[in-house]
Ligand binder design. Sequence first.
Ligand code: 26Q
Length: 835
Amino acid sequence: MTSDDAVLPAGLPRQHAPENLLQQYGCGPIKFNGSNNALYERHLLFDNALAPSEAGNRERYEAAARSVRDILSQRWQQTEQVYSRENPKRIYYLSMEFLIGRSLSNNILNLRLEPLVGQFLKENQLDEWAILAEEPDAGLGNGGLGRLAACFLDSMASMQLPGMGYGLRYEYGIFKQTIVDGWQQEQPDNWLRRPDPWEVARPQYAVAVELGCSFEVRGGSLKAITGKPSKLLGIPYDRPIVGYGGKTINTLRLWASATPDSFDFQEFSAGEFVGALAECLTAETVTRVLYPDDSTSMGQGLRFVQEYFLVACSLADLIRRFRMNDSNWNSLPDKVAIQLNDTHPSLAVAELMRVLLDHAGLGWELAWDITNRTFAYTNHTLLPEALEKWPLQWFELMLPRQLQIILEIDRRLREEVAARWPDDTSRAERMSIVEHGGRLVRMAHLAIVGSHSTNGVAAIHSRLLRDVTVRDLAELYPERFNNKTNGVTPRRWLLLSNPGLASCITNAIGDRWITKTDDLQRLKPLADDGEFIAAVRGAKRQAKLRFTEWLKSQGGIQVDPDTIFDCQIKRIHEYKRQLLNGLRIAALYNRLRESPHSDMPSRTFFFAGKAAPAYHVAKFIIKFLNNLADTIDGDPVARGRLRVVFLPEYSVSMAERLIPASDVSNQISTAGYEASGTSNMKFMMNGALTLGTRDGATIEMAEAAGEENFFLFGLTAEQIAASQGWYSPWWHYENEPETHAVIDLILSGHFSRHEPMLVDALRNILLAGGDTYRHLADFVSYMEADLRLQSLYAKPEDWTRKAVLNLASSGRFSSDRTISEYASEIWNAKPCPVL
Ligand code: 26Q
């Protein structure tokens, strides 16, 4: 590595250019006047009326993105043409969230255009990173569930599966986070302010959606006007999903709400014209903003409309496509698989029944059989407060026909249960779709009853789902329950984000791992190869330097790349236990104050993540972490030894920068609460070591790599469950000296002078409120694991050896593996190659 390499961003990985690359995309000779710049310069000139010398980075970004889109257009269109001709079974992934991040760099990479782009940038002396950074993240998701959907689309396209995503085109994605005086503040994410080169509007495929009432926005909330049915229009916006190698280009179709053209402006007198337009504004409100994941508040009428809007548009669209080739409704389940990403789109069960009964004119039994064989449902949470239940009243108001259908599904379910367990009358009540006491519709029950497959997202989660959360339903339909452990795409999360490590791997074992991640196993023997270990250490160092430089450029925070980078980046939630991490840091700080000359290795602790705006406890946690950072920063004893950094505005792009630079990944949820986790997998692929509890997919990761290569600690899910009822945090406080000391330090206000509210909140979470998430139960064990980690870090070769063994075992956590299991075990779908 030259010194230049060390400091300058390494850029996109420069793989070998496949031959005849552009011919493959039908672009023939795009060289124009002997130059590679033809497309780019034409876009600058014709779209922006600019000469290359006049363009700023934003215009450069747009022209570059449009050029890449030109290159993929023909292939994109061919993909759809081949699907129409071959009529394979199609997979539709319905999701309220797709957390895509940036597309330009990813599309260049998957199209294998890096060598051309590299040459072009060099010839024109353009700053690649400055141009790529102009693209706003498409933040159409909250976290894991939305990012999983995006990884799945990448895998389906890369595996040549005829898959399509359906979602909503939110004008505002996940809010932007700033930190003011340590507190989170939310700002709107107006990501579509500038034209987005990746979307293609297809108004010709607009869909009309009918609702049983009308709406108006008053005082910021949606008011229903009863007895006045209304219509919305769904306009599809398509985005290309480029498979690795650029052969298959699938589509993500996002719906935007609009007022129907049929809207009768004449109905209104001249004076009412403004009122009529205001009504249009209401229609457009539906897809205005993504709801932040907030499992605590339920009064979200607009969210309910959004969910139905997604379902109605997507089903109408896929049924139209199905009917072009097949006239027989019976073959729907042979041609269409619909995966429901959590219960959010589970109204689809009632909506498909409505279409089959009322439009196709089928009888109940046949319609139900078709519906059941078409849908499959993925559950992502066991938290009871996060399982969706909608008021029956809203169905009466907005979806009266769908309600009739749900009531009939429920009646038949109760009948089935009564026939099977005639003596158990409380069972039907527990299992029913309509919860009688509360007049609520349990969406998870609707999804399970209406589909042929229900899966969890990691082994432990699928087991708990089946044996605890929906045990009765699993007894009725045992064959429906299965597990599909999550995965992440190695293209974005290793090849693109970590070019240094990616080329180490490719140099050692070739590049087949990019699509066949099991090949990474071949790195195992190299864990004892001094040269390889040195190369991997070099790549980590390079990634840390890159991150450090970037961070400095973002507002002046200077961190030391010679310290351990110890990270926890995810949504802020009590169950994820950022507070437990805070306790650990406070304890280490306390140790340092007691023995300033100890040989504790120097560390930088990174936190990043957003709290739902109404989740007050999570906001207190952010405030505490920022206070911890400030206090430690201000103490000369800790300077240069411990540093806490809360990075504001966590995003996909930030994760792509930080994960490659990380040494330690904290996955410390209360066992039994994190369904799977997916950042855990990204860290593992990037050579970080995991400090974690036996929860979610972390259990399977440790199993794959060998527990001796993990730092596992804490109570198991079984132990947590068994201590329900008698657990008390006070015992730990009174009997464990370090626990006592660290709690006293926090409650003394050491990290929150003049902020008694914060101290009260922390006392309540950790002690007075009973410590629901068992911070104190796992604290000592966490500190022990941390000590083991510290001593390993003192032996760099041993550390990197474990990192390599982790990397070598991470292949199973590719979303390609996950998708191949969905395809063969749930969808019965096969690749449909575009030659
Ligand atoms: C629901 C109703 C109203 C408003 C918002 C929501 C809502 C939105 C998003 C509820 C939940 C979510 C997101 C959940 C989520 O991201 N779950 C995570 O899914 C990952 C992928 O399977 C898992 O790895 C994580 O363990 C799980 O927490």
